[in-house]
Design a protein around this ligand. Structure first.
Ligand SMILES: Nc1nc2c(ncn2[C@@H]2O[C@H](COP(=O)(O)OP(=O)(O)OP(=O)(O)O)[C@@H](O)[C@H]2O)c(=O)[nH]1
Ligand SMILES: [Mg+2]
Ligand SMILES: [Zn+2]
Length: 355
């Protein structure tokens, strides 16, 4: 089994009691509730059974593109199969799902390295990169930044510096997907069995890059949109494909607004210079605002940390703690409803809704 299968997943099979009649596969596409799974026998359409939805706590446990699953294949042609088990993930990148509910959406699972893409055009917003880096690192994957469309400027150094300021410890690659420039820098990532994923706003050139790496027009690409119709995306669903090198690449629809799900450690790793300084603050819980003996404020006064950087640290910190509070609140509500839920499940079972 290719597609990134390795001993981490293989070992889990021994822990599962009854695998009779089940097949192993990796989720390659998710489209309106139907998952396309790549198995040794080919591609199979499967659905997520109701009991998995019921058992899901935050939504993050539900199978996502990149997950390895055990499936029950369809009995007849034209029918869908079912997901039976989701194998433990090596990494995940989650965000708060759009809408008001506190709900985790896994953008992609089991990704080794995310490529955060930004264009040198209307989309250029370095502050957004900090958000991506925090969320991705929290989920345990590596990350690099791709600054695309370098053919559109002759002031490249200035753009690059702005990205470096927000991603001091992250590999940054300057490329033009369309003009096939700088792509040789990505070769070390394109190792057989490694899974990469492209993320970024709509129109930054994710699918264009995928096509270049694929050497074929696999994905549809589109124009860059004005602010009036930002809701439209050229790529409408996530898709995992195997590149000629044997590496796997997940193309994602553009993310309009990345609301963080969790990013405690991710934040610390993204603002390393601030977390380093913070060790010398007088108070362990220093917010680096106006506390006495704050090493971060001292560095700010000396010009070693920029105000913009500190401001964005505060902003993401606050967002993160609000999010944690909401999650905690929801968890409590769930516990309260637990007995009620069991009741319902038992009743539904009696109605024969479950196989
Ligand atoms: N000038 C220039 N244009 C590019 C480059 N890469 C991509 N584009 C153009 O940018 C537009 C958007 O490209 P896509 O690849 O569809 O962007 P995407 O990130 O996949 O967008 P969504 O699928 O909506 O998320 C297309 O018109 C591409 O031709 C580049 O390096 N330079
Ligand atoms: Mg696309
Ligand atoms: Zn401090």
């Amino acid at each position: 089994m290719a597609f990134g299968w390795n001993s981490f997943f293989e070992d889990q099979l021994d822990q599962i009691e009854d695998t009779d009649g089940l097949e192993v596969g990796r989720i390659a596409i998710e489209l309106r509730g139907v998952l396309e799974v790549i198995t040794e026998a080919g591609q199979v359409s499967v659905r997520v059974p109701g009991r998995m939805h019921h058992a899901a706590n935050t939504g993050g446990e539900l199978p996502a593109v990149g997950d390895w699953v055990l499936i029950k294949p369809p009995l007849r042609d034209g029918e869908d199969g079912w997901v039976e088990h989701v194998l433990e993930r090596r990494s995940k990148f989650s965000r708060q799902a759009s809408g008001n509910r506190t709900r985790e959406q896994v953008v992609a699972a089991n990704v080794d390295r995310f490529l955060v893409m930004m264009g040198i055009d209307g989309d250029f917003q370095p502050r957004r990169v900090e958000r991506y880096l925090s969320s991705i690192r929290e989920g345990g994957a590596e990350v690099s930044v791709l600054l695309n469309k370098i053919d559109l400027t002759d002031k490249l150094a200035a753009f690059e510096q702005q990205v470096r300021d927000v991603a001091p410890d992250t590999p940054i690659h300057l490329v033009s997907a369309k003009k096939t420039k700088g792509l040789e820098q990505l070769e070390p990532y394109l190792v057989a069995g490694q899974t990469l994923a492209l993320v970024g706003s709509s129109g930054v050139g994710k699918s264009t890059l995928l096509n270049r790496l694929m050497g074929a027009e696999t994905m549809k690409t589109g124009g860059v949109r004005g602010s009036d119709d930002r809701g439209k995306h050229t790529t409408s669903h996530r898709q995992l494909i195997q590149l000629p090198s044997g590496a796997l690449l997940i193309d994602n629809p553009g993310i309009r607004e990345l609301q963080m799900w969790q990013s405690d450690d991710g934040l610390e790793e993204t603002f390393t210079e601030i977390s380093e300084l913070a060790k010398d603050c007088r108070f362990g819980d220093c917010q680096h605002r106006d506390e006495p003996g704050c090493a971060v404020q001292a560095a700010l006064a000396e010009g070693k940390v920029t105000r913009a950087r500190l401001r964005s640290y505060w902003k993401l910190r606050t967002e993160q703690s609000n999010q944690s509070e909401r999650q905690l609140h929801q968890q409590r509500n769930r516990e309260k409803q637990f007995t009620k839920m069991i009741h319902h499940t038992v009743r539904d079972k009696h109605k024969g809704r479950y196989k």
